[in-house]
Design a protein around this ligand. Structure first.
Ligand SMILES: C[S@@+](CC[C@H](N)C(=O)[O-])C[C@H]1O[C@@H](n2cnc3c(N)ncnc32)[C@H](O)[C@@H]1O
Length: 460
């Protein structure tokens, strides 16, 4: 049943480009273990699509694109299970072939999938499956196939983050080896499943009581090493929606790098604070949490549907003193026209390459054109926000992107042409200090297991 759902979701994803919503829809009413298996299979196939397709084409001698949609996704599913799970071979083959039979009636197709599956099984058992990669002669290309990333994406990161890549790959003997090792580690860190992080919601519960609640429910957790109020749920197979306190809004699911954006903004009780790209509200809620509902918050977003979610979240998590406005701030200041704010947060729409470990479909739906288009929106947001910042106030610009166009290049323009002045992050946790460059900071999954964010802090 799970393989059938997986094939269905993968086919729908290929047709529509939509993944998370479809997965959520098909996961409803499943038992915890089934839900976890379905998620692993679907996200795993999407994450490793390039590698799986390469292996399948090498073994079958046929282009994967020439296969019927259901057949090619069943093939990917079989390859993923053999390469990345401990599911016994007979279960992989039986379950997946039976599922495929619900979509495809031709014996020839089933026989073909069966034959390819058996070859993969044999090569995996003999530990020879990755030898197939030797057919790719270019070593950089080989790494991109192995870690399953588009080459253009990996090449940009290799060039832009060369220092970090060389450091990651430092055990290599030559510069080329260091670059190859480092790139592989960099890409690999974006393939790891992100931990489940929760921010305790101090508007509803004190951390001690929250910890007691987790202990009483036998849920194992760790406190974040250096970011307060953030907890990692270390127990596997947890259904988030059934965690104690979920319905009551006692915690919010949030990566520490997202929470860090608000810590760096440093909101204080009594201040007037603008969250310019607020929905669905992760950071608005963090501002309310940090100021104990004692700041005057304006939360703006362009998207009506997402604003509904934001409003629902404000209610659920007990955030008050928040005025929600639907505005396209690049065109219209609305009632903000004559206002000035002590603090402004711009969590701009972006390519999301820093959260690819959570959204593996992000590997396949990005392009340089998209990044450039987003850069235009981000610059407009920065430029329009300037007027709303009080002299001496602080503005934090952030994106969950690894691209220099959305980070460093925008920072240069903001400082050179928009009137912003560099500010300092102030008191910042020790481990992150070495990654600060003037008024900017970056986080990476390979360092402290954080999502990949860019932050820039300004004053006026
Ligand atoms: C990265 S998301 C924000 C996430 C949110 N801050 C959080 O932590 O939950 C970017 C948001 O910007 C909004 N947005 C895009 N263009 C906008 C514009 N011109 N004016 C206001 N909001 C915009 C999008 O609708 C989207 O909700």
């Amino acid at each position: 049943m799970i393989r059938e759902k997986a094939i269905k979701i993968l086919c729908l994803y290929e047709r529509t480009g939509e993944l998370k919503n479809i997965l959520d829809k098909f996961s409803k009413r499943l038992k915890v273990n089934d839900k976890a298996l379905l998620r692993e299979l679907v996200l795993g196939v999407v994450r490793y699509k390039r590698l799986l397709d390469y292996i399948l084409e090498q073994i079958s001698g046929k282009k994967i694109s020439s296969q019927k949609l259901e057949v090619r996704n069943a093939l990917r599913l079989i390859a993923y299970q053999f390469l990345f799970t401990n599911i016994p071979p007979y279960a992989i083959m039986n379950e997946t072939l039976n599922a495929l039979k619900r979509f495809v009636k031709q014996r020839k197709s089933i026989g073909f999938v069966n034959a390819v599956g058996r070859k993969i099984s044999k090569l995996v058992e003999e530990k020879k499956i990755f030898d197939l990669l030797e057919n790719e002669k270019d070593p950089f290309e080989r790494i991109c196939i192995k870690e399953s990333f588009p080459t253009w994406m990996a090449k940009r990161w290799k060039n832009f983050y060369l220092d970090k890549i060389l450091d990651l790959g430092k055990e290599g003997n030559t510069e080329e080896e260091k670059i190859l090792n480092g790139t592989q580690k960099f890409l690999n860190s974006l393939n790891q499943d992100a931990p489940l992080w929760l921010r305790v919601n101090r508007l509803k519960i004190v951390p001690e009581a929250f910890e007691r609640m987790l202990i009483d429910a036998n849920i194992s957790y760790e406190k974040h090493e250096f970011i307060p109020d953030i907890y990692k749920i270390t127990q596997k197979g947890i259904d988030i929606y059934n965690l104690p306190g979920y319905k009551e809004g006692l915690f919010y699911i949030q990566d520490p790098a997202s929470y860090l954006a608000v810590k760096l903004l440093d909101p204080k009780p009594g201040e007037k604070i603008l969250d310019l790209c607020a929905a669905p509200g992760g950071k608005t809620l963090s501002i309310a949490h940090m100021t104990g509902n004692n700041a005057q918050i304006y939360a703006v977003d362009i998207n009506a549907k997402k604003i509904l979610k934001l409003e629902e979240n404000l209610k659920k998590y007990g955030a008050t003193n928040v005025k929600v406005l639907k505005l396209d701030i690049t065109k219209d200041y609305g009632e903000l026209e004559n206002m000035e704010f002590d603090k402004i947060l711009i969590d701009a729409p972006c390519s999301g390459t820093g959260v690819i470990r959570r959204h593996p479909e992000g590997k396949w739906n990005k392009s340089l054109e998209l990044i450039e288009k987003l850069q235009g929106v981000q610059r407009k947001l920065l430029q329009r926000a300037y007027k709303l910042l009080k002299p001496g106030g602080r503005l934090l610009y952030t994106v969950c992107s690894l691209e220099k166009e959305e980070g460093e290049e925008n920072n240069d323009i903001a400082l050179k042409h928009m009137g912003y002045k560099e500010a300092s992050f102030g008191e910042i946790v020790e481990p992150l200090k070495e990654d600060i460059k003037k008024n900017t900071l970056r986080t990476f999954p390979f360092k402290y297991d954080l999502d990949g964010f860019f932050y820039a802090i300004y004053t006026k």
